[in-house]
Every structure is written in C-alpha cells, then in structure tokens.
Design a protein around this ligand. Structure first.
Ligand SMILES: Cc1cc2nc3c(=O)[nH]c(=O)nc-3n(C[C@H](O)[C@H](O)[C@H](O)COP(=O)(O)OP(=O)(O)OC[C@H]3O[C@@H](n4cnc5c(N)ncnc54)[C@H](O)[C@@H]3O)c2cc1C
Ligand code: SF4
Length: 339
C-alpha cells in the first residue's frame, strides 16, 4: 500500500502521536495505513545473551512488562515507563515512539492558533518564530526512548517494498536522527520500522564487566508530560571500575539526541569518583543548547543538564543520589537539593 501511495500515505501504529497531529492539521496524510493488526511487528525475538529483538509494534506497556526487558535491559523499561500515562502506553508503540514528530510551542497548537501567527516553517509557513533569522527549524526531539536507544547502541531495521522489490537496512539508532526539526528522521516515508535490536548483555554476574545504563527525565509533572530534558548514560566498566567506554546522550534539548562527547571524554579511562563525575557534569552545560520552545525557561533546562548528567553517573557508579531521579514538581526543589 505504501509503495502504491507514496508520500500521500503514512503508517499509523498506536496513533497517539499521529492522530492528535492530524486533528491539528500538522500532519495531513490522505491515506493512513494501520499497523496494529500486524502480529509479526509485536514479537520479542532472540535472547539477551546475543541481543533481544523488539518488534516495533509492541506497545510501550508490553515492553515495560516483558520480563526479559525488565531483568536484562532495565533502562529500556525505565525510559518506556516514564512515557505519558498508562492508557497511552497501552496504545502507543515502541516504534512510534522512536519516530515521534519533533515538538515546539509554536507548532503543537490547533490550526486556528497557528493560522493566527501565519504558521511557521515546519508546516504551512515560512518563518521560524523561535529563531526568526534562522534558515532552519529547531523543533525538539521529544521521545524518551530515542536518547536511551542511541546511548545503548541499539540498531533499527527499516524495510521497504518500494520499486517492486523488498529491501531492508539495519542501522544504528544514532543514524536514524538528523539535527533538523523538519527532516528529523533519516528514513524515507516508504520505509517501515520493523525491529529494534538491543545489544547483547553480559550475563556473568549482576554487573560483571558488562555495560550498564540509565535514563533520567525532566518534566513539569511527575506523569504525563513530554521530556524537556532527558539524559541517557551508558557505561562499560573494567573489573577495577575504570570506565572503558561511555555514551552520554541528551534528549529534549535539540532537534536530535545529542552526544555529550566532552562529558564522555572526562570519564574515559578513569574511575567514577565525585570529582570525575562533576567534571563530566560541568562539560554537559555548554553541550545542551535548548531554545525557548518547550515548557520551562531555556536557561534553567540548560543548567539542569549538568545536574542530570551528574545524577545518571552517580547512579551508575553506585553513589548516593543528590536529588530525585524523575523530576516532577516545579523543579525548584531539585535546584535547592543539588546546591
Ligand atoms: C498526552 C500525551 C503525552 C505524551 N507523552 C509522551 C512522553 O512523555 N514521552 C514520549 O516519548 N512520548 C509521549 N507521547 C507521544 C506518544 O504517545 C508516544 O511517543 C508513543 O510511543 C507513540 O507511538 P504510537 O504507536 O502511538 O505512534 P503513532 O502515532 O502511531 O506514530 C508516530 C509516528 O511514527 C510513524 N510510525 C509508527 N510506527 C511506525 C512503523 N512501524 N514504521 C514506520 N513508521 C511508523 C507514524 O507514521 C507517525 O509518523 C505523548 C502523547 C500524548 C498524546
Ligand atoms: S522551531 Fe521554528 S520552524 Fe520549528 S516548529 Fe518551532 S517555530 Fe516552527
């Protein structure tokens, strides 16, 4: 069907992102191709020792409740569980979450609202209201699972039947995203996301010499809200606790999941003590470049990046937390506690 209808058509899985966007006429496909009945997209295959494969059509609730995911990939279950509400997690899929549209205060409004400001570059207009002299759109990557999948080095399988023959490609999750609020996905409209390949886990003991990961989310309320900052951290430690490999990914502060390379460099080859962690956290501050197009003041979100990087690394190092993990409330409490 997608090969027949091209860019007139869009896939829909749970519809929890696409249908609200269609109601607001932000996305206007003529044909919607439902995926919910495709059982093959709702399978969990493989095993943790070699890498679990999640079907893109698994609902977020199914991911959160899968025993293999909970036991061997707790960070994946954590990130998925922080999304929205139980009802939406029963409908929304893990694939739809990775392909979530980028968000912006000037875009996620109804048609009349957007019309009143003559629309914007992302849909129907010409200017960017966030950065009027900018030639590009800065809408924000707002999926909770995207930074985590990039951090743990997951891969995604994209399948197409365009041109009359079946083709597929398996790419690192990091390559799925572009730093552009409009062309935010490195994926053609005819490509179906079928599988998410999680990396193999070390099964020699609880933490062994394997990798560990976590995800922290900042939002106004303790439930329901999209992230205005998400930090996913992944580490591989040597037997003596030295950091052998690290990926720290910032979500919600740019149009794509941003790798905090200077923070990673600050901990590589070192043991995760208080001083090293604070150096990595300080380096996250210039890396996060939020603009004024989501909830909360952008300067505060930028500031919070360092506290959240510190929080994720402290958790992975087994150090006591300085403030709660999933920021609900107005955030002021977090500032006081962390100071
Ligand atoms: C009130 C509310 C709060 C929310 N809060 C959060 C939140 O805190 N964090 C968060 O991350 N998300 C949040 N969401 C967004 C959404 O619910 C989730 O991201 C959900 O996982 C999207 O999945 P879906 O299956 O419903 O996607 P859909 O709406 O079905 O699809 C989303 C996009 O992906 C495409 N697509 C879906 N599946 C495939 C596939 N297999 N292959 C190719 N293309 C596909 C669709 O064409 C569409 O472009 C929220 C939504 C609402 C309404
Ligand atoms: S960042 Fe600018 S162009 Fe993009 S959605 Fe927001 S206002 Fe529109």
């Amino acid at each position: 069907m997608i090969a027949d209808h091209g860019s007139d058509a869009m896939f829909v899985a749970g519809g929890t992102d696409l249908y609200p966007n269609m109601k607001r006429r932000q996305q206007t496909p003529k044909i919607v191709i439902g995926l919910a009945h495709l059982d093959k997209l709702r399978r969990v295959q493989g095993k943790p020792q070699t890498g679990l494969v999640l079907g893109a059509g698994l609902t977020l609730s199914e991911v959160v409740e899968d025993r293999r995911v909970v036991k061997k990939y707790p960070a994946v279950a954590q990130a998925a569980e922080l999304i929205s509400t139980p009802l939406l997690r029963n409908m929304g899929t893990i694939g739809g979450n990775l392909l979530l549209d980028t968000r912006c205060n000037y875009y996620d409004q109804n048609y009349e609202w957007r019309k009143a400001i003559h629309f914007c570059m992302k849909k129907d207009g010409e200017i960017c209201w966030v950065a009027p002299s900018s030639p590009r759109c800065w809408a924000v990557q707002s999926s909770d699972c995207a930074p985590l999948m990039v951090a743990i080095g997951a891969k995604v399988k994209l399948v197409s039947s365009s041109g009359g023959h079946l083709s597929e490609r398996l790419i690192p999750a990091a390559e799925l995203y572009n730093d552009d609020g409009i062309q935010h996905l490195n994926k053609r409209p005819d490509e179906l996301l079928t599988e998410i390949h999680l990396p193999a886990v070390d099964t020699n003991g609880s933490n062994g010499n394997g990798w560990r990961a976590t995800y922290w989310k900042l939002r106004r309320r303790g439930s329901f809200d999209f992230p205005v900052l998400g930090v996913a951290a992944w580490l591989r430690l040597a037997g003596d606790g030295t950091v052998e490999a690290a990926r720290i990914i910032l979500g919600g502060v740019g149009s794509h999941p941003i790798e905090a390379r200077v923070s990673e460099q600050a901990i590589l080859g070192k043991k995760l003590d208080e001083e090293t962690i604070e150096q990595a956290a300080a380096a996250a501050y210039p890396t996060a470049k939020p603009l004024d197009n989501t909830d909360f003041a952008m300067s505060w979100r930028k500031d919070m990046a360092r506290y959240y990087v510190s929080g994720t690394l402290r958790e992975l190092a087994g150090l006591p937390p300085r403030f709660p993990k999933t920021g609900g409330g107005n955030g002021a409490g977090l500032r006081v506690l962390s100071d």
